[in-house]
Design a protein around this ligand. Structure first.
Ligand SMILES: *Cc1c(COP(=O)(O)O)cnc(C)c1O
Length: 362
């Protein structure tokens, strides 16, 4: 049924999905108002809480991660109050737009692409203004920067009215992420990044504090109303028709993730990151992300010194069976990204780097 002409995905989303996980989607459909579905939902809650390291709940959304940006902003920011957005790349820029387009008032701390946000920057802003929420992008997929969410959350937590909202779309399940231990109120992700599932499903851990806040927000909208979602979740159900096939795949993938262990997964990603860094540096490329904040899941290679033709590189690698990235947005070509994310193994990273060596003639 599947074509044998497949190019394995080395792009930072969607990532390669293992055949077993693709197959898990192909079970018979079940109605979502059945006990079979409620059982599936309950099992998923238990496994998702282990994967997100949270005692609270993990909402399953029939949307991509973008939908949960909207949900987070709408449920957590009251009229007449503000949110603080930390911006330093294409995705964090977009989340601000989502807040603004939903009528929310925002302040922004912007750093140049490739740089990380520091706890001091956030502490200074919090001294000047009260915020309903701070919106942090854990792993900025466009630049390959991983922010130190733990350290930033530490300076926010003393402000009791300020919720800590984190986009970890390309982080969690690859990079270390400890939701409750770090005091994160909401951590949102998509299925097609480090979770290594097909696209179409998004997940968010949500603390009790978020639900308390949501009850006081008058215009939460309809599709992403967390108060409604919680009422359904208590009955092991969803407000509207959920992506059942993807939920079958999610359960299979969670079983494998928990068997590998989170620690094992984090270590494997660090190993693949270090291999990629060593290759880039020895081949006289730069690394675009600031030292100390380089992502375990995606490396943004700085191509400015060497200036390889990224279109030719992608074509060459395509011929070898890999689908490559050519850089994102305004840094396309100046950089290209190597995703080492999801279920990729170090042995495959070796193959990819050997292919790149052949292209550059190293
Ligand atoms: C991919 C990505 C998004 C957008 O997620 P979708 O599932 O495409 O809506 C948001 N934030 C980050 C950091 C991403 O990498």
């Amino acid at each position: 049924m599947r074509s044998d002409k497949h190019k394995r995905l080395v792009i930072p989303g969607p990532v390669e999905v293992r055949p077993e996980i693709l197959d898990a989607q192909a079970q018979w459909m079940i109605g979502h108002r059945t006990t079979a579905f409620a059982d599936l939902f309950a099992r998923l809650q238990d496994k998702l809480k282990q994967a997100f390291l949270t005692q609270y709940r993990v909402f399953i959304s029939g949307s991509s991660g973008t939908g949960l940006w909207e949900g987070a902003s709408r449920n957590c920011i009251r009229d007449g109050h503000k949110a603080l957005h930390l911006v330093g790349g294409a995705f964090s820029e977009r989340w601000v737009d989502v807040s603004r387009l939903n009528g929310k008032e925002v302040d922004v701390i912007e750093v140049p692409w490739g740089q990380a946000h520091t706890p001091d920057m956030v502490a200074d802003a919090l001294k000047r203004e009260r915020y309903d929420a701070v919106c942090i992008t854990h792993n900025e997929t466009s630049t390959g920067v991983t922010n130190d969410v733990k350290a930033i959350a530490d300076v926010i937590r003393p402000y009791e009215d300020t919720l800590i909202l984190v986009d970890t779309v390309s982080g969690i399940m690859g990079a270390e992420f400890r939701t409750d231990a770090w005091g994160v109120d909401l951590a949102l992700t998509s299925s097609q990044k480090a979770f290594a599932l097909p696209p179409g499903l998004a997940l968010a851990s949500v603390s009790d504090r978020v639900l308390e806040r949501a009850k006081t927000v008058t215009n939460r909208g309809y599709y992403f109303d967390f108060v409604d979602w919680e009422a359904s979740a208590k009955k092991n159900n969803t407000t509207s028709t959920p992506p059942v096939a993807l939920m079958f795949a999610l359960e299979a993938q969670l079983d494998d993730i928990l068997a590998e262990t989170l620690q094992g997964r984090w270590a494997r990603h660090m190993q693949m990151r270090d291999m990629t860094h060593a290759w880039a540096i020895s081949r006289e490329f730069g690394l675009f992300a600031q030292e100390g904040y380089r992502s375990p899941t995606v490396t943004t290679v700085d191509n400015q010194a060497r200036g390889i033709d990224v279109d030719e590189m992608a074509k060459f690698m395509g011929g070898k069976g890999w689908s490559m990235d050519k850089g994102y947005g305004k840094i396309k070509g100046k950089t290209f990204r190597i995703a080492h994310m999801g279920d990729m193994q170090p042995s495959e990273v070796e193959g990819i780097l050997a292919g790149l060596d052949e292209f550059i003639g190293a």
